[in-house]
Every structure is written in C-alpha cells, then in structure tokens.
Design a protein around this ligand. Structure first.
Ligand code: AMP
Ligand code: TRP
Length: 329
C-alpha cells in the first residue's frame, strides 16, 4: 500500500448473484480504479440484514458468491483490500457513536428510506436498523477516509448524509473526517432480456455465473424490435435490446454491419442473436474458469477475506483511535 495514493472505498450488499448490469455498471469501474488507487471493496452483509433480517438462511452463501463474482470479474485482492463488513467490528462501533449525534429527522427525510418502505410492502421495515441504514453506511465510508466513493446515482443521498455527519462530528469534537466525493460510473444502463433495465428483481438478468447454455438460451428469448414481426420485415435497431448488446459486446465494424443489415432485413433476429451470444460467451468464459477454480478451493476465499480483514482493520483501528480521542472516551 503506497502512501500518498488516493483512496477509494465501495461496498455492495450480498443479495444474490451479479449480472451483466452490475458487472459493466459497477465492477468494470472498480477494476479500473484498482489500477490507480488504493482501493477498499467490502461485502455489506450487515446492510443486507436491514431489510432481510427475518430470513438470514442464505446470507453466508450470498457473501461467498459475491466474493467469487468480484474475483472472477477481475478484482485483484493483492491490489485492492477485499473484505466482509461483519468481520470488521469497527463498523458497528462507529455506527453506534454516530447514532448518538445524528438527528432522527435527517434519517426520516432520506428519500430512499420512504421509497423502499413503499416498495417493499411484504416485509416489516419499521425497524431501527432500517432507519439507521445510512448511519452504518457513513461509518463504512468514514472509517477509511476515502477520497472517492464509486456508487450509482441512487446512492447519492446516502453520500450527502455521510458528508453532513462528518461535518457535524468535526464541529462537535475536532476535525477527524474528510469530505469524501462520489465517483459516478459513466456506463449507461444495461438492458435486460425484456428490454427494461437489467435487474435481479425483474427476472430479466443474465448472471455472470450463468452457464453457457443458459446464457445462449436467455439471449435467444430476448425481445427485439416489436414491429419486426416476420423475417423479411425491416427492423429498427435503435429500439432493439439485442442491438444494445451488440453495442456493448461487438467490435465496431460488426455493430455498423448489423445496423445496416437489420434495417434492410438482410439479417434475421435469430442470426443476430447468435452473433452477440458468441461475443457474450467469449467475455464470460474467463470468469467461468476463475469461478470454477475458486469453487474448487473454498479455503482460498477464506484466506482472501482474512487478509482483507487484517488490512482493513489496520486502517479502521487508526481512525477509531482518533475518534475515541476526539470524543474523549
Ligand atoms: P444493485 O445491486 O441493483 O444495487 O446494483 C449495484 C450497482 O450495479 C449499481 O450501483 C449500478 O452501478 C450497477 N447496476 C445495476 N444494474 C445495472 C444496469 N442494468 N445497468 C448498469 N448498471 C447497473
Ligand atoms: N448502500 C449500498 C448499496 O445498496 C451498499 C453500501 C453499503 C455502500 N455501505 C457502503 C456503498 C459504503 C458504498 C460505500 O449499493
């Protein structure tokens, strides 16, 4: 870990298998960041409890799957510190101390709090932990004093609250925390097989861990330009999610060719899908190999998490020493 290098921190909740949208929208960004910055990437398993506290049966499995997805997609545990939130108790301690100073009104007006409660009607989210979700997130972030936090747009209110909390702490006691900035991912949204945004909850996702026949089958059943009913009807690639896949996965000459051929009905949807499926499979194949190796050597995952825990704790314990000193406890 080089000193003077800017620091990056981000986390994901272990709530299921990662898909192409998560990979291209978030992980590829992390991959690039780890080349340049000192990175901390963690699995937010306590955060997963905030809305799934009643059914914890699969949480350990999801933590492992998420770590496997990250490593298979290129996160390098030698460069980046990869760890699991619940293995670093400092997150809980700082959360507790922050809970003493954060006004409840800040949490109640957090837009994601209300939205998620509206959205998830089948679970009781009137809990203390759910309201305090952003307090835990602020602790996650500020423990490592990062310069940047790569997140999607939906996380911006949490980051703003983190900065407000840091300022409040600094003015109540003494300056300990920096003002971490968001690092928004440039990547456009990846569409799912039904043409809506790819998402775990829509059943339209291609997962990084899907086997080749599954990937091919999912692409085969993707929707295309709805106006193109018969093979000889000309199509409009601009409204076709398969063409969107080409734009992501195919080389430029192929993209241009498909664009022309679709408009002239010179290529049919079945062939067009087959072409892009080959490309997707090509990109996923190295991940399947990496995934197989990790699955065969489960202790390797434990070693990586343990190494990450140690490296994360080295930083978090320093921050906690400053916090205790500032608060005189
Ligand atoms: P989620 O698990 O849905 O909260 O997604 C985690 C991260 O993956 C988000 O912050 C986004 O950056 C990214 N992501 C999720 N779905 C997509 C998508 N369909 N297209 C692009 N990026 C996505
Ligand atoms: N709330 C984030 C999400 O749902 C996950 C998360 C928890 C996080 N703690 C974090 C992200 C700290 C960035 C930094 O995606």
């Amino acid at each position: 870990m080089t000193t003077g290098q800017k620091r990056v921190l981000s986390g994901m909740q272990p709530s299921g298998l990662l898909h192409l949208g998560n990979w291209l929208g978030a992980l590829e960004n992390w991959n690039a960041l780890q080349e340049q910055y000192e990175c901390f990437f963690f699995v937010a398993d306590w955060h997963a409890l905030s809305s799934n506290y009643a059914d914890t049966s699969r949480i350990r499995e999801y933590v492992r799957e998420l770590l496997i997805d990250w490593l298979a997609a290129g996160i390098d545990p030698k460069r980046a510190t990869v760890f699991v939130q619940s293995q670093v108790p400092d997150h809980a301690i700082l959360h507790l101390l922050f809970s003493m100073i954060i006004p409840v009104s800040w949490l109640e007006r957090n837009p994601t709090y209300k939205e998620k409660q509206e959205e998830i009607k089948e679970r009781d989210l009137s809990t203390y932990g759910f309201l305090g979700y952003p307090v835990l997130q602020a602790a996650d972030i500020l423990l490592y004093k990062p310069d940047f936090v790569p997140v999607g747009k939906d996380q911006l209110p949490h980051l703003e609250l983190t900065r407000e909390l840091a300022r409040r702490f600094n003015s109540l006691y003494r300056p300990v925390f920096p003002d971490p900035q968001e690092h928004l991912t440039k990547f456009a949204k990846v569409l799912g097989t039904d043409g809506r945004k790819m998402s775990k909850s829509y059943g339209n996702a291609i997962n990084l861990s899907d086997q080749e026949p599954v990937v091919r089958q999912k692409i085969k059943t993707m929707i295309t330009d709805p106006a193109r009913v018969r093979r000889h009807d000309p199509g409009n690639p601009d409204v076709c999610p398969v063409y969107d896949f080409h734009k992501i996965f195919s080389p430029l000459p192929v993209i241009e060719q498909i664009n022309q051929d679709c408009r002239k009905a010179a290529i049919g949807c079945i062939d067009c899908k087959k072409l892009v499926a080959d490309r997707v499979v090509e990109r996923l194949a190295p991940m399947w190999e990496a995934r197989a190796t990790l699955t065969q050597h489960p202790s390797r995952l434990d070693e990586i998490a343990e190494d990450g825990r140690r490296r994360a704790t080295a930083v978090s314990s320093q921050t906690m020493a400053e916090v205790r000193d500032a608060m005189k406890i």
